[in-house]
Design a protein around this ligand. Structure first.
Ligand code: GTP
Length: 597
């Protein structure tokens, strides 16, 4: 296909505004089998692979559409919607000339709408603004159009309306993509220059590399070179995603597709690398992507020490499919052998944890998440710290820095006061307020990332009755009044319970953590004192008094099945406990420090 008849685009939207539904609808209009249908169809043959932990990840699809006498090739490149994966959005956008910016006709412009629109503009993409869900009886198309014009520098008259659900207006969206999005530039006869924008692992074929050809042509059997990695490979197969892999003989400038080169592991493929020729003068390297930054860390420990090997195997497998996640072994006095894991954000952490529990069937003890800190010691050394346990003693610290983020909240104006109070309570710095319409506003604050990841999202939702949304970007590291707070159980410091917090919050946090722990830790045959301390200074204490009666005593004379149930329940509970010294600490207690932020 001549580049003239190719269009490369993404759909960007706030979560739930209908991106997947619209993508399915476009595939239906173009007679392409949809991801959802394909999943169902493939379910049977893939059952085994699924059990082995392979996920079907679809990132791109090629569709064909006849328009004004020409056959167009339309490449839709997928972007994730969540704030944690913003770097993936930017990576997909590099391969496109245009983006459909989708906005829910009832919800209107939300935090990620703004973030995604800016990202698309930064990449100089042609934006096709579309309002979805116009079928809703409570849709407010005029106001939403106005919001889009006001915040996104879009002309209201350019906004298309559609319903991805009923199909109304979707054909027009497709045709607008053809008309408004520029054709890719590039010379099919020049030296090969292609961008690697993703890679997935296939158990049978090895690494499957996703590329967008910028210049030149890549052919089956050709020897190619990954410029950054410096490796050469032979192209064994290449083709398009329809969304199934469909082999072709070549991919030329402007086209999007895949390469299979007998590459055994994913770490041999650098996302953002440039593919060129193996012999002769290679093309210029394309600008790469920023490495994804792990912002949130936590410890993961098997609740039964023997599962350590199993946990390592499961993590090894996960990282193959998701290189943005990282882990390294760590030892805790309290929890034994485990791993320190780094995530892009809190949602990413939840996803990984869920997959581990589901796919690998391992009982995990997770420690409270923390952000990365930068510490300058008195000796002038700067260290990056991923766990509170590694924070040096107060006397050795010259400067203690934490990540600061710029947070944008989009919300109905009546909740501005509530969110301002929330941010002020967390020592946020006010940046600005922008009105999207008379009833909706965008509020911008700079806040410590630690405060944002713990519970900002929940607080936002409860303060705005679910109507507020947020997005954030990293600004950098700034010195803070931070301290490491330790927790002592029966006089022993439990390293996995240490947290970093603002000095001015320490007393309140300490008391709250101790109180929570008192609820979570069961009574023992002896008294268990609990303390919170900064260095040697105890800031809070409580006692769990000794137990007097046997638990089963209550059942005396009762029927035996009830007794058995009680025992089983205790056994079940035991499984998720850690014995530290002589004290049993349930898994939930390790998250106690979280709920008191
Ligand atoms: P994520 O994949 O979570 O980012 O969401 P998404 O943006 O892909 O949204 P998705 O397509 O899953 O749609 C979200 C919800 O909106 C679903 O329940 C859809 O059925 C519904 N929906 C999508 N388009 C329309 C529409 O045009 N009209 C109506 N009434 N509902 C729609």
């Amino acid at each position: 296909t001549s580049p003239q008849y190719i269009r490369n685009f993404s759909i960007v939207a706030h979560i739930d505004h209908g991106k997947s539904t619209l993508a399915d609808r476009l595939m239906e209009i173009t007679g392409t089998v949809s991801f959802r249908e394909m999943k169902e169809q493939l379910l049977d043959d893939m059952a085994l692979e699924r059990q082995r932990g392979i996920t079907i990840k679809s990132h791109a699809v090629t569709m064909h559409y006849q328009y004004q006498g020409h056959k167009f090739e339309l490449n839709l490149i997928d972007t994730p919607g969540h704030v944690d994966f913003q770097y993936e959005v930017s990576r997909s956008l590099t391969c496109c000339e245009g983006a459909v910016l989708l906005v829910d006709a009832f919800q209107g412009v939300e935090a990620q709408t703004v973030a995604n629109a800016y990202a698309a503009m930064e990449h100089d993409l042609m934006i096709v603004p579309v309002m979805n869900k116009v079928d809703l009886t409570h849709a407010r198309p005029d106001e939403v159009r106005e919001e889009m014009e006001h915040t996104l520098a879009i002309h209201a008259e350019e906004v298309l309306g559609c319903s991805a659900k009923t199909g109304m207006g979707c054909k027009e969206v497709l045709e607008a993509v053809i008309e408004r999005v520029p054709a890719p530039q590039g010379d099919p006869h020049a030296t090969l220059q292609a961008m690697i924008f993703d890679a997935v692992y296939d158990e049978f074929r090895g690494a499957i590399t996703y590329i967008r050809v910028m210049n030149g042509t890549v052919r089956k059997g050709q020897k190619i070179k990954f410029l950054q990695q410096g490796t050469t490979h032979e192209v064994i197969e290449l083709g398009h995603f329809t969304p199934r892999r469909k082999a072709t003989n070549s991919l030329a400038a402007g086209q999007v597709g895949y390469l299979i080169c007998n590459i055994k592991t994913l770490d041999k493929v650098n996302i953002g690398d440039t593919v060129s020729v193996a012999t002769g003068e290679p093309a210029l390297k394309l600008p790469g992507y920023r490495e994804p930054k792990r912002m949130v860390f936590c410890g993961l420990y098997p609740s039964d020490g023997q599962d350590f090997k199993q946990l390592r195997e499961a993590l090894d497998k996960l990282v193959i499919n998701d290189p943005s996640f990282e882990f390294s072994p760590e030892t805790s006095d309290a929890l034994g052998f485990g791993f320190r894991c780094g995530f892009l954000g809190l949602l990413h952490m939840e996803i990984i944890q869920q997959r581990l529990e589901q796919e690998a069937d391992i009982d995990l003890v997770q420690t409270a998440p923390n952000v990365t800190y930068e510490i300058v010691t008195k000796t002038g050394e700067t260290m990056e710290v991923h766990t509170p346990q590694d924070v040096p003693d107060q006397g050795d610290i010259e400067e203690f820095r934490q990540p600061i983020v710029r947070v944008s909240f989009v919300l109905p104006t009546e909740y501005i006061g509530g969110i301002m109070k929330l941010c002020t309570d967390r020592r946020g710095t006010y940046v600005r307020t922008e009105y999207l319409s008379p009833t909706r506003a965008m509020l911008v604050y700079d806040l410590a990332l630690a405060d944002v990841i713990y519970d900002m999202h929940d607080k936002l939702k409860s303060t705005t009755r679910g109507y507020g949304t947020m997005d954030y970007e990293l600004l950098g590291y700034e010195p803070g009044e931070l301290v490491r707070m330790d927790i002592l159980v029966k006089g022993e410091r439990i390293d996995a319970l240490s947290i970093v917090c603002d000095r001015r919050d320490a007393d309140v946090r300490g008391r709250a953590v101790i109180k929570k722990l008192k609820e979570e830790i069961p009574r023992h045959m002896f008294e268990v004192p609990l303390q919170a301390a900064i260095g040697t200074r105890v800031i809070a204490r409580e006692n769990i008094s000794a137990m007097r009666k046997n638990v089963t005593a209550k059942c005396y004379g009762g029927d035996i099945s009830r007794k058995r149930k009680l025992w089983e329940k205790q056994k079940e509970g035991k499984k998720r406990m850690k014995s530290i010294g002589s004290v049993d600490i349930p898994q939930k207690a390790f998250l106690a420090v979280l709920e008191t932020g």
